[in-house]
Design a protein around this ligand. Structure first.
Ligand code: FES
Length: 164
């Protein structure tokens, strides 16, 4: 999915909060999800605004955001790379692939490239151990990774990695 990254205007934020806040504190999760959906991430600056409107502590809002791994407080890349760090992938050179990706994109795990093209994550097992070492970019699986493939795949800058 290609996402737009832009700062949400204060008026749009208030509009979303108004839509949800009639449901009181139960509005919190759908409200946060909608903000992320529109903005790509939840700017920490909106946390006190939400808390005030819903009459809850900012720490409660922060708590929900921290609890759900799918909620982010930093901009995300248009494409998410999930490299497997499971045993099968590890023994077949997954660590080298990770190192190469980090070098190529100049980011660490959990980080996003400055151009917002990629976010790099590692996961315990992608469930395609026979294709080790493996990774996914968005929904597409890339198996039997090797250094050459890293170069080929990550060269296609600007392209979306949805399945054809
Ligand atoms: S260990 Fe990598 S896909 Fe299962």
């Amino acid at each position: 999915m290609d996402r737009e990254h832009h700062e949400m205007s204060r008026s749009r934020l208030e509009e979303i909060i108004e839509e949800h806040c009639r449901r009181g504190r139960w509005a919190l999760i759908p409200l946060i999800q909608e903000i992320q959906e529109e903005n790509g991430y939840i700017d920490p600056a909106v946390i006190p605004v939400i808390a005030e409107k819903l009459k809850i502590f900012p720490s409660a809002v922060q708590g929900v955001i921290s609890f759900y791994a799918q909620l982010y407080t930093e901009p995300r890349g248009r494409n998410t790379i999930r490299l497997c760090r499971g045993t099968a992938c590890h023994v077949r050179g997954g660590k080298t692939i990770l190192k190469l990706i980090k070098e190529r994109l100049d980011i660490e795990e959990g980080e996003t490239t400055a151009d917002l093209e990629y976010t790099l994550e590692t996961v315990a097992c992608l469930g395609v151990c026979a294709l080790a070492p493996s990774m996914m970019i968005n929904q597409q699986v890339f198996g039997r990774m090797n250094p050459k493939k890293v170069g080929q795949i990550l060269k296609r800058k600007g392209e979306d990695h949805e399945p054809a």
